[in-house]
Ligand binder design. Structure first.
Ligand SMILES: [Zn+2]
Length: 264
């Protein structure tokens, strides 16, 4: 059984976290990054990580699609929670930009960019990597990340242009592959052309996947991401597992051990 790492799961949105983590362990998952999307979700994520230390690694964030509900005061207190708890986190995320028309109807590009820049500055100051959501905002997201001086970045479930992908690779950042690698053409193009050493696996659980038959995902489905990546790239599954898990531990694990040192 290969050692796997789910680098992006919304454990706070699952009804039975314990069963989901047991299921993940059974297929070889050795770690999960639990990402938060706002203060309620960040607090819940922190509690979950405290219950499974060394296995669930928390990341605290502020998802761009939530910003429409907030005024400046709310945003400031959301950012303060992230800042105050960064030492317990392996990364900052989920954060980023979302230019989908439904999100833009709620919150402007300018507001999203301002908040993203502020949260990137927090991550840079604490030397934490960022887990980036960049739907239809690929170039702007990469530019802001590059300007911020963050330690590292993962462009999660990336489906953007080849030119932006080149920029991500040249900067030494990462992209992560979801189970949509089985069928989503833009994501497949990215996963096929990325450097294997800069690729991570994830589920974005509890997202629903599937083109014809839909299923709700759990961290155990990172095995589907692995199999889809290996098949698409015509590589051995063991090799893909070894390299992606090593990369996950390098990007996120470095700060994990640092976190332990800081705590002790
Ligand atoms: Zn997500």
């Amino acid at each position: 059984m290969n050692a796997l790492f789910d680098t992006h799961a919304h454990l706070d949105q699952l009804t039975n976290v314990e069963a989901a983590l047991d299921g993940a362990r059974k297929v070889g998952v050795t770690g999960v990054v639990a990402v938060g999307t706002d203060m309620v979700s960040n607090e819940k994520t922190l509690r979950i990580a405290e219950r499974w230390p060394g296995f669930v690694h928390p990341a605290f964030g502020l998802h761009p699609s939530h910003l429409g509900n907030y005024d400046g005061v709310c945003i400031a207190s959301e950012l303060k929670f992230i800042q105050d708890n960064l030492m317990a986190a392996c990364a900052v995320g989920e954060v980023g930009l979302d230019y989908h028309k439904r999100t833009l109807a709620q919150v402007s590009k300018e507001t999203q960019q301002k908040v993203f820049s502020e949260v990137l500055a927090l991550a840079a100051a604490a030397q934490r990597p960022v887990l980036v959501h960049s739907r239809y905002a690929w170039a702007d997201a990469l530019n802001l990340v590059r300007e911020s001086g963050v330690a590292n970045a993962v462009f999660h479930w990336f489906t953007g242009f080849s030119s932006v992908l080149r920029g991500i690779m040249d900067a030494g950042y990462y992209i992560s592959a979801t189970p949509a690698t089985e069928y989503h053409e833009e994501h497949r193009r990215v996963v096929r052309s990325v450097r294997l050493e800069q690729l991570l696996l994830e589920t974005d659980a509890p997202v629903w996947y599937g083109r014809t038959e839909k299923y709700q995902s759990y961290p155990a489905d990172v095995l589907r991401s692995l199999r889809a990546v290996a098949e698409l790239r015509a590589e051995n599954e063991d090799k893909v597992a070894r390299i992606t898990t090593r990369a996950a531990r390098c990007v996120l694990g470095c700060t994990m051990s640092q976190t332990l040192e800081e705590v002790s």
